[in-house]
Design a protein around this ligand. Structure first.
Ligand SMILES: O=c1ccn([C@H]2C[C@H](O)[C@@H](COP(=O)(O)OP(=O)(O)OP(=O)(O)O)O2)c(=O)[nH]1
Ligand SMILES: [Mg+2]
Length: 148
């Protein structure tokens, strides 16, 4: 699919999001910073990406996810855990960078900080009912199918 993208910071023009391999699901988002940003343990900062996208079609959304290496090795994940980009959002893509580790971490300008995944979405409509059609599970949850 084609997505309209705006370059809000000229430095991003040469490094637009791109799939790293033919099988990649995620597009890396870079930290559009003027200077290195040090996140103290537990700190969370909203980081610009210098980019805006307009998905335009309500049948799609984009998710901002952590990069696995940064998250696992350095504890740099997302303050909102997952960022959800609505199809009608036209503002700058922002990354909530959270240092969940006990050690400070410095993000350098243009570092790849998070990744964007475009996903299909179904917008549901609701029908109010008094009873549901029977299902095998019914209201059973939270381990109701057993431990193994
Ligand atoms: O990590 C994120 C999460 C969201 N957004 C943008 C796109 C999204 O469409 C908009 C609103 O996000 P969301 O609906 O999750 O936040 P909200 O707190 O419900 O705000 P709103 O009242 O604007 O919907 O903010 C980002 O840039 N980065
Ligand atoms: Mg919202």
């Amino acid at each position: 699919m084609n997505i309209d993208i705006k370059v809000l910071d000229a430095r991003m023009a040469g490094c637009l999001p791109a799939y790293a391999t033919p099988g990649s699901a995620g597009l890396d988002l870079r930290a559009c910073l003027d200077a290195p940003l040090t996140l103290a343990p537990g700190a969370c900062e909203l980081v610009r990406t210098g980019l805006a996208i307009h998905l335009a079609d309500a049948g799609f959304a984009a998710l901002i996810l952590p990069r696995s290496g940064l998250g696992h090795k350095h504890g740099i994940v997302l303050g909102n855990l997952v960022g959800l980009i609505d199809s009608d959002y036209q503002g700058e893509l922002m990354v909530s960078a959270w240092n969940r580790s006990p050690v400070s971490f410095t993000i350098a300008p243009m570092d790849r900080l998070a990744q964007l995944v475009v996903v299909p979405v179904v917008q549901a409509q609701f029908t109010v009912v008094d009873t549901f059609a029977p299902s095998l599970r019914g209201a059973g949850g939270y381990g109701s199918t057993g431990k193994d």
